[in-house]
Design a protein around this ligand. Structure first.
Ligand code: BES
Ligand code: MN
Ligand code: ZN
Length: 499
């Protein structure tokens, strides 16, 4: 794991030096000094490689003469007066990406950060967060790695004038990164290792942070009448679980909580409406919504947020078998509403229907935000840049959109309405679990809304396009992103703490 430290100045004996450069190739004090010592090598390198200092651009100069350095990495920061927290985080990510697999130790000198609009200590903390987030690796199943294939970077020192302030504001960010890493680990684990009870066991680990945890088994869910969730689970040899987490950090433990609900399908074969073989292995990440909720609870508990936050995740495996549910089956949800299961591959909404009922039955939510890798259609609509936001509440939508912008987990609001709602009416039951073609992400959201009581602010985030990436991202290597962890943490920080 990458160790982060802060210092006032560069330290002797460092091998890799990272220097920030403002737009128009503007070096800072350190950069100018070093460039002089190197006979203008940095300036020549910038020119030779069309490096302008635009935000997140990087340029590496190897083993510069007259120094003991292995490399100097220049990282662009654009216009310093325009730097905000999200931009600082991405700069930290870009710096680490440029180093990956090379030096064990590096120092990142925040040159020109004094010209910045925000406090340079806070900016440095955000840079450090980005560096840590981008350094994530999941190596546990590689048993034959050669030394040069193992992650080299073990410690990064961020040098900034206001280093004490940086260290202080990084403390909470480090806890948020812990939540992100947990979520990424859970999403990356294969489904033979991470089945519902194994995921529930991971939730129990949060007790160590003061989170109250209750795990419901099949029997308890039967008693509550959760026929939709149980119907999905009945084809698997692994029994389902419903995990309930409570972080009661508000001064008043009875204050109504913000409630987060996650889809935790540990593997989605599609069931009897089976998916094609190509790409099916990706469906291990169909529990990314639950991982985001679990990671967010770890983050808020880790930084001791002064808010009450509840997380509920429905954990099932969707398998075809002799005991699996059939297309055409009618199931009764805990809310009493009945569902005709037209397609067993539209299983996430069935799991969420009962989980949504549970949070409203047991708590008085101030708001409900559910996260789910719910539809392939959202990837068609929004690609991998935005998650789909569906909501019955303009204020909650605006808060989520703002929080998403602030942390770089961006949301795009999609329409909802009665015309879409009608598309899931069924001739035999209260509703069916898919529409008639078209607007697949919206009809899925309409389905969920039928399980939300009028007057409860609710939002659904369809993260099927953003939870797993096939290319490296500014703040995560390819694979699991933990999309939603920082967003939910930010929502809590901005709207539910101290209020
Ligand atoms: N887990 C899938 C959605 C998904 C697809 C997530 C691709 C990530 C990547 C979900 O359970 C599903 O199968 N949805 C179906 C719904 C359809 C049957 C109405 C889909 O999107 O095809
Ligand atoms: Mn499915
Ligand atoms: Zn699914």
């Amino acid at each position: 794991m990458l160790k982060i430290a802060f210092a006032a100045d560069t330290l002797p004996g460092q091998r890799a030096l990272i220097l920030t450069v403002a737009e128009k190739k503007k070096l800072g004090e350190q950069g100018i000094k070093l460039d002089r010592k190197l006979g203008g090598a940095l300036t020549r390198a910038m020119e030779a490689n069309h490096f302008t200092g635009a935000a997140e651009q990087t340029l590496t100069v190897l083993s510069p003469a007259k120094t003991r350095l292995s490399r100097v990495v220049l990282v662009g920061i654009g216009n310093p007066s325009k730097l905000d927290a999200a931009a600082c985080t991405r700069i930290g990510g870009a710096a680490v990406a440029a180093l990956t697999g090379k030096d064990a130790q590096a120092i990142l000198f925040l040159d020109r950060f004094k010209d910045m609009g925000m406090n340079d200590g806070e900016g440095a903390a955000q840079v450090a967060l980005g560096a840590r987030l981008r350094s994530y690796r999941f190596d546990k199943y590689h048993t034959q790695l050669k030394p040069e294939q193992k992650p080299a970077l073990r410690s990064l020192t961020v040098a900034v004038q206001n280093h004490a302030a940086a260290k202080a504001s990084y403390a909470a960010l480090d806890k948020i990164a812990d939540g992100v890493f947990l979520a990424r680990d859970l999403v990356t684990e294969p489904a033979n290792i991470l089945y519902p009870e194994a995921l529930a066991q991971q939730v129990r680990e949060l007790k160590a942070l003061g989170v109250k945890v209750d795990i419901l088994d099949e029997k308890q869910m039967k008693k509550l009448g959760m026929g939709a969730l149980l119907g999905v689970a009945q084809g698997s040899v692994y029994p389902p679980r419903l995990a309930v987490m409570q972080w009661l950090g508000a001064p008043d433990a009875k204050e109504a909580p913000a409630c987060f609900v996650g889809k935790g399908v540990t593997f989605d074969t599609g069931g009897i409406s089976i998916k094609p073989a190509a790409g099916m292995e990706d469906m291990k990440y169909d529990m990314a919504g639950s991982a985001a909720v679990i990671g967010a609870l770890k983050a808020v508990a880790g930084r001791k947020a002064a808010a009450n936050v509840v997380g509920v995740v429905g954990l099932v495996e969707n398998m075809p078998s002799g005991t699996a549910q059939r297309p055409g089956d009618v199931v009764t949800t805990a809310s009493g509403q009945t569902v005709e299961v037209i397609n067993t591959d539209a299983e996430g909404r069935l799991v969420l229907a009962d989980a949504l009922w549970y949070v409203q039955h047991h708590f008085k939510p101030r708001c409900i935000v559910d996260l789910a890798t719910l539809t392939g259609a959202i990837r068609v609509a929004l690609g991998v840049e935005y998650a789909g936001l569906f909501s019955n509440d303009d204020a909650l939508s605006a808060q989520l959109t703002e929080a998403g912008k602030a942390v770089g987990e961006t949301l795009w609001r999609m329409p909802m309405g009665t015309a879409y709602d009608k598309m899931i009416d069924s001739p035999i039951a209260d509703m069916k679990n898919i529409g008639n073609g078209g607007a697949g992400s919206i009809t899925a959201a309409q389905f969920l809304q039928r399980f939300v009581k009028k007057g409860t602010p609710w939002a659904h985030l369809d993260i099927a396009g953003t939870a797993w990436q096939i290319k490296d991202r500014p703040l995560s290597p390819k694979g699991a992103t933990a999309f939603g962890v920082r967003l939910l943490d930010r929502l809590v920080a901005d709207h539910y703490e101290g209020k």
